[in-house]
Design a protein around this ligand. Structure first.
Ligand SMILES: [Zn+2]
Length: 363
């Protein structure tokens, strides 16, 4: 869906662009240059967080990962884009569910986590963040934050004790499943019918243990029934770290209105993904930052600014025209300013919401 505004933009650029900014309740006309200045100030003043990328695998295994990753995130790119922090997920694609395959998946993730940890520790301007205080302190000190995550609970196989082991390695969030059902739950993209009909018995144990450990439960990729089961069972708010809006783009990976409401009602976050297939039907060259903003607007209008943010999925299929990599994050701020988002709303969207969310996890 191309917005009317975007069409206008295509006509008038590069001539000075005049738009209404109504954030403080007053209407004012601002040029692109003025909007860029405001965006600079917002990014330097407030914490900015991207809740999902798949960059760790790219850094650990550049050859293996070259099919999908493009090197969209690096510390220099983050600095250029005014992005202070990101959840870097170690992704594990699903293979067999026999004991040998599960053990091999666990070993792979453990190995990749420790290699990626060493990479971050050796980088002078970056640090691993474990909680909200770390994120805020790193921001103060001009240090970029890496929060460790795992994409696909398949990594723990059927062994609950691996949750604590991963947490001790610094992991703070786990996406319960990827595109296929695993031992924990049903996935939204699995080609077969439901296997557990939501969370399995083991999955229920996993949710309780993640709550106990202060591990963030990420429901991107989960089936509708899984999402509903988890929201009911979890004593802590949950996140969809990289998901779009189904009402805008009918895609099984996207969240329906009742799913968005369930997450928000329980104090959680919907972090809009930037993969073009989740955003729009349009061809690659026509999907832009405006489409990301359409999904953000939708979530904001449905459940409020307190429950929306961004999860780029960079190096995992994310990125559109105008937000090709982490150096372009300010373009999103500019687009949201054009749509009348106030400074206070942008502060929440970029990091304030995530800090509040972490505090609810005792992180
Ligand atoms: Zn994903």
């Amino acid at each position: 869906m191309m917005s009317g505004f975007n069409y206008l933009k295509a006509l008038v650029l590069p001539v000075m662009l005049l738009v209404a900014v109504t954030g403080s309740g007053q209407s004012s006309q601002k040029s692109l240059g003025e909007l860029q200045e405001i965006a600079e100030r917002i990014h330097s003043k407030y914490l900015t967080v991207d809740t999902h990328n798949d960059t760790a695998l790219h850094i650990n295994n550049p050859k293996e990962s070259s099919r999908i990753t493009k090197g969209q995130v690096s510390f220099p790119l983050m600095r250029e884009g005014g992005l202070d922090a990101a959840l870097f997920a170690v992704f594990i694609g699903q293979k067999g569910r026999d004991k040998a395959s599960l053990d091999s998946a666990f070993n792979y993730v453990r190995d990749n986590l420790s290699r990626f940890r060493s990479y971050v520790e050796d980088y002078p301007g970056g640090a691993i963040a474990y909680n909200s205080d770390d994120l805020l302190r790193n921001k103060e000190n001009g240090v970029l934050s890496v929060m460790l995550a795992i994409e696909n609970g398949y990594a723990i196989g059927d062994d609950i004790s691996r949750l604590e082991l991963f947490r001790d390695m610094g992991v703070r969030a786990i996406t319960l499943c990827h595109n296929e059902h695993n031992n924990i739950c049903d996935a939204s993209m699995d080609k077969g019918g439901p296997e557990h009909n939501g969370l399995s018995e083991f999955g229920k144990e996993v949710v309780r243990e993640m709550n106990r450990l202060g591990l963030i439960i990420d429901l991107s990729h989960a089936s509708t029934q899984t999402l509903s089961d988890v929201v009911k069972l979890s004593t802590k708010p949950v996140i969809a770290s990289h998901s779009g809006v189904y009402a805008i783009k009918n895609h099984n990976r996207n969240l329906k209105d009742n799913e968005i409401k369930a997450i928000a009602d329980a104090g959680g976050l919907i972090q809009v993904a930037t993969g073009r297939f989740f955003l729009s039907e349009l061809p690659k060259d026509s999907v832009t930052v405006a489409h990301i903003a359409d999904h953000i607007d939708y979530v904001k209008n449905l459940v409020g600014i307190d429950h929306v943010g961004i999860g780029t999925d960079f190096d995992g299929g994310g990125g559109v025209v105008g937000m090709e990599n982490a150096s372009k994050m300010k373009n999103l701020t500019i687009e949201l300013l054009r749509r009348g988002y106030s400074e206070e709303e942008l502060a929440k969207f970029w990091g304030g919401n995530f800090i509040r969310f972490l505090k609810h996890q005792n992180l």
